[in-house]
Design a protein around this ligand. Structure first.
Ligand SMILES: [Zn+2]
Length: 383
């Protein structure tokens, strides 16, 4: 991967390129930053940049034999460790059990989060792990000679999942074999052993700037500036979340529902600031639609949440396609079956009161705050 494929992060890219150019790459570093910020993409770009035979000040060349292999994630001197679950009972799993899935996941979306990945490999309710057995694999291969490049690079994605197994790696991280570079990618440093942290050089990578998210959305989704700006603002520099919202930008009922959920999600993030403005606007608009249209819209919402639940349970929907399916899939990764059930109850209740001539503005507004609570993971009373 090349740095130019990673959205924004200009300062961090400069820092990493500078380290390579001055020959001062630490033998163990931790790229630390929040979910969806492109941390993993930065690690991949850095590995490719280090090994490129023809790099420029800005980026790897993308065409040399080393770059070609790195771009397919098959370079023999770049190793990946990431959380996995057992395929079957017996030996504890190691990362290479899932190397095919890993490569295609990276090609598909390197902004993925742990849950995206673990669902992708069929973890369902199981917790992912980086096992002691995997740590021994790391130690073993770091003792090998390099095949093609000067450096062996070991990327550990979400080193939080090492937990106590991290102790197994302390010695090799502290005194690595020659020409070895460890790149740990971490979202939550509190979950990493202090003994591991103290042996790495921490490089902070912030959430992506809103302006960079907005630009990327406009380019990749052909989205108008206003919509891109709105989504960028609520995504909090998390491009994985931004993609979920972006894929729901359509017209009619699905567009209306998408905007509603977006406004509610917005309340979840910043409840006290001026974020009720988009919600007020939405409520005004929905209140004017008239009762029959409101009922159709609510039926659509029920249908949509049912499909989200199906996706959550079975991984697929028979009825959705295109952007609608993408949005539902994204949402089903954020909310669980119980939460969709609560949403269904809330919508049914709105439908009930709309039929009985309740004031739609008051009703939709109070329901919106309840939906925001569902996004927050709070218990919501439906009555
Ligand atoms: Zn190259």
């Amino acid at each position: 991967m090349q740095f130019k494929e990673v959205i924004g992060q200009h300062e961090a890219k400069n820092k990493l390129r500078g380290m390579v150019q001055s020959g001062k790459v630490p033998h163990a570093m931790m790229l630390l930053g929040p979910e969806g910020n492109g941390n993993l993409g930065m690690a991949l770009s850095l590995a490719q940049y280090i090994q490129c035979e023809n790099r420029t000040d800005e980026d790897s060349c993308g065409t040399c034999s080393s770059c070609q292999k790195n771009q397919k994630f098959i370079h023999p001197d770049v190793y990946f460790t990431y959380p996995v679950v057992s395929r079957k009972s017996g030996e504890p799993p190691i990362s290479t059990d899932y190397i095919t899935e890993w490569r295609s996941a990276l090609a598909d979306n390197f902004y993925m989060n742990a849950n995206d990945w673990l669902q992708n490999i069929g973890a369902e309710n199981r917790q992912g792990n980086i096992t002691v057995r995997e740590c021994h694999e790391v130690i073993k291969r770091m003792g090998l000679k390099t095949y093609e490049s000067t450096y062996k690079i070991q990327i550990i994605w979400l080193a939080e999942y090492l937990k106590e197994a991290g102790n197994t790696l302390l010695k090799i991280i502290e005194e690595p074999t020659e020409n070895t570079i460890f790149i740990l990618v971490v979202e939550n440093i509190d979950m990493v052993l202090n003994t591991v942290i103290s042996r790495t050089q921490i490089i902070k990578i912030n959430a992506i700037d809103d302006a960079d998210v907005q630009q990327a959305l406009s380019e990749r989704y052909d989205m108008d500036a206003e919509a891109a700006k709105r989504i960028a603002r609520i995504s909090d520099g998390n491009f994985n979340a931004a993609m979920t919202w972006a894929s729901g930008e359509e017209n009619a009922n699905d567009r209306l529902l998408h905007r509603w959920l977006l406004s509610c999600y917005n309340l979840k993030l910043k409840p006290s600031s001026g974020n009720t403005a988009t919600l007020n606007e939405w409520v005004e608009e929905a209140a004017k639609m008239g009762r029959e249209n409101q009922k159709i819209f609510l039926k659509y919402a029920l249908f949509f949440f049912r499909e989200c639940t199906m996706i959550g349970l079975t991984g697929q929907s028979q009825k959705l396609d295109g952007e609608e399916l993408k949005f539902a899939t994204g949402l089903s990764k954020r909310l669980g079956v119980e939460q969709f059930e609560t949403l269904n109850k809330l919508i049914n209740l709105v439908h009930y009161h709309i039929e009985r001539n309740a004031n739609p503005k008051i009703l939709l507004m109070s329901t919106s705050f309840k939906i925001a609570s569902v996004f927050k993971g709070e218990e919501v009373e439906v009555a």
